[in-house]
Design a protein around this ligand. Structure first.
Ligand SMILES: [Zn+2]
Length: 287
């Protein structure tokens, strides 16, 4: 950690699960997912060139379908964290299904790495009313799915209540550290072209401009937040193409030039948990 802050460069290795979860299993969408696996070696090579350790959030379906690529990610020193089994949109899951998905995906990660996962990101960046409780039960240390702050990690809450006829009621903080994300720091909506029925997500923006905006957020963090943490979400099937890889390399160089540290979520989450727990125990400080 430096006073100038930390960037967590994270990769959601969704591969085919992203499309299968939407019922899109014909060869076209499947091949879009396949490209994610094809791009893994070049992403690993880029990270190795700059000595960067990253976190890969990987659905169980990808762990089983592309076990060689996932093993290569682990053996290169990157962290593997939870991201559902078949990229399930978590908001649609019943409590017991959500728990079963967590258990199934956790077992697959432990089979590969020899260690239970410490981190979690929901597909679709949402929680149910049970998610935090289930994560605590599963021994998860940090999550990276919510957007309550930008570069200030916080403790996720349990037991929030929405009163349709009054103010929102915030539940107590849990022990799960939230490393916040944002669609503004996610390559998918910026770059990916998706047409489903009559809905079109245009994507296909200039990746150099996208990363220039990401770097603007890094500069703002350095200026305004001591020891901040900014989490960037990338997808191998999106970022792994030629010009986008060049733009990613420029972003990495830009971060290093600004003096921020690029770290795995695991180390950042553990450090933040200690800091947040200490702050919680000091009287007069908000949890
Ligand atoms: Zn995903």
């Amino acid at each position: 950690m430096t006073e100038r802050g930390t960037v967590c460069l994270t990769f959601d290795f969704d591969a085919i699960s992203l499309w299968a979860a939407r019922g899109m299993t014909s060869p076209g969408p499947v091949s879009r997912g396949e490209f994610g696996a094809f791009a893994i070696p070049r992403i690993l090579q880029l990270l190795d060139t700059y000595g960067i350790a990253s976190t890969f959030f990987i659905p169980g379906h990808t762990l089983e379908t592309y076990s060689a690529q996932c093993r290569a990610i682990h053996e290169a020193g990157h962290e593997i964290a939870l991201h559902g089994y078949l990229h399930e949109p978590v908001s649609t899951l019943e409590r017991e299904t959500e728990r079963a998905v967590l258990q199934r995906a956790s077992a697959l990660i432990e089979d590969l790495t020899g260690t239970p996962p410490a981190g979690h990101r929901t597909p679709s960046f949402d929680f149910t009313a049970h998610t935090v409780e289930l994560l605590q039960e599963a021994g998860i240390e940090y999550d990276s799915s919510l957007m309550g702050t930008d570069c200030v990690p916080y403790l996720a809450r349990t037991g929030d209540r929405h009163d349709p006829d009054g103010p929102y009621v915030f539940g107590p903080a849990s022990q799960i550290v939230e490393l916040p994300v944002s669609w503004t720091l996610d390559d998918y909506p910026h770059l990916e072209f998706v047409r489903t029925g009559t809905t079109v997500m245009p994507g296909l923006q200039d990746p150099h401009q996208m990363f220039a905006r990401f770097l603007g957020d890094v500069r703002y963090m350095i200026r305004h937040t001591e020891g901040g943490v900014l989490t960037v979400t990338l997808h191998p099937q999106v970022i792994g193409r030629g010009d986008r890889m060049l733009a990613l390399e420029e972003f990495i160089i830009g971060c290093l030039d600004l003096g921020v540290v690029l770290e795995r979520c695991l180390e950042v989450g553990r450090r933040c948990r200690t800091q947040l727990e200490t702050a919680r125990q000091q009287p007069g400080k908000p949890a």
